[in-house]
Design a protein around this ligand. Structure first.
Ligand code: SF4
Length: 345
């Protein structure tokens, strides 16, 4: 039915079939990661080919991760199952979703090109006598062993760490889960991915590390050092200003999506703030963007805002907000009067 080679992504369609056989859903909400939305028609057509009486709805909302299951849409539709495409389950759900969810990864079926391999070998030449940790985002995880074997054959000391966070795969990183980085003694990292997002995440987790991104799509290796230094300089500036000058009011921004709702974190930050005589407001939102933030500031006028949903928002998308917008880790740096960068919480 489907030539997956042409799509450049491999989906385990047999898992969709088993899921439907097991749960016999009548109305399925399909959520697909933004970069993979072009797969939508194939998935919908496949489900309909199994059972033409199943009603399918594609979530047209943004999808940033498995943290972000659209429970409001499920409720509106009265859907009885969810298929999330693009990620494995998020490890820190704040509440459970009361209908079956199938998480189906989309693994890249392209290869690491000779050009990229040559660049990796060239760039890592200086680090041949060090332990080099290999990591990947979920789409490229199946290529990690191949890269490991190539580098090993060239005399590099490489390792792919196991994650101690279920259900992350060996070597896998997530935008807010870099436990594999925290737990290794190594200081040199190469991430097989596309774009800089995960390279920046590794660097925020371990600012002293040497971090390279091997970009599968652009076929080049990027040293994250300068980019990360600039980001960190800005973050340290915000934190040190708050440590030196103090603040009187704070708003905790809470995420409503299951994996972005972190009651333990909200509670802990709330208590830490009020014992420091800070007036605390709480706000909840499904998606936080610049317009929502401006509206929130017009409503509450707090001195600072702390995002407890996605810790990448203050660093990436909303880094130019006109008031201090902190990650939980940065809020704790301020409260602890510590300049040791802390990511994500
Ligand atoms: S970084 Fe943000 S979008 Fe990515 S998994 Fe974490 S909370 Fe979700």
């Amino acid at each position: 039915m489907l030539n997956q080679k042409n799509l450049l992504y491999e989906l385990e369609f047999s898992r969709i079939r088993s899921f439907i056989t097991n749960y016999n859903p009548r109305k399925i909400l399909i959520q697909i990661a933004d970069g993979l939305k072009f797969l939508s028609r194939y998935i919908i057509d496949y489900i309909e080919s199994l059972d033409k009486d199943i009603e399918t709805y594609l979530s047209a909302s943004p999808s940033y991760g498995a943290c972000d299951i659209p429970v409001d849409e499920v409720k509106a539709l009265n859907a009885d199952a969810i298929i999330h495409v693009g990620h494995n389950p998020y490890p820190y759900m704040g509440y459970s979703i009361n209908i079956p969810v199938l998480y189906i990864e989309a693994f890249y079926t392209g290869d690491i090109t000779e050009k990229l391999i040559k660049s990796i070998i060239d760039v890592l030449g200086k680090y041949r006598d060090q332990d080099i940790v290999l990591l990947a985002s979920i789409q490229y995880i199946k290529l990690l062993d191949k890269l490991y074997n190539i580098l090993k054959a060239h005399g590099y000391r490489v390792k792919i760490p196991r994650s101690n966070v279920e259900p992350l795969l060996r070597g896998q990183v997530l935008g807010c889960v870099y436990s594999t980085v925290k737990n290794t003694g190594s200081n040199t990292y190469l991430i097989l991915t596309s774009g800089l997002f995960h390279g920046i995440g590794v660097c925020l987790t371990k600012p002293s590390a040497k971090v390279f991104v091997a970009d599968i799509i652009r076929e080049e290796v990027i040293d994250i050092g300068n980019i990360c230094r600039k980001i960190l300089a800005k973050r340290y500036y915000i934190v040190s200003n708050l440590i030196n000058n103090g603040f009187k009011t704070a708003t905790l921004i809470v995420g409503s999506r299951p994996g972005q709702y972190r009651p333990w974190l909200i509670d802990m930050l709330y208590k830490r703030l009020i014992v420091n005589d800070v007036k605390v407001y709480k706000a909840i939102v499904s998606y936080l963007d610049k317009d929502r933030l401006i509206a929130l500031d017009q409503a509450l006028g707090s001195d600072i805002y702390i995002v407890t949903s996605c810790p990448r928002l203050p660093i990436d998308d909303l880094s130019d907000f006109y008031k201090p917008l902190l990650t939980p880790g940065e809020a704790l740096m301020v409260l602890n009067e510590s300049m040791e960068y802390r990511y994500p919480w």
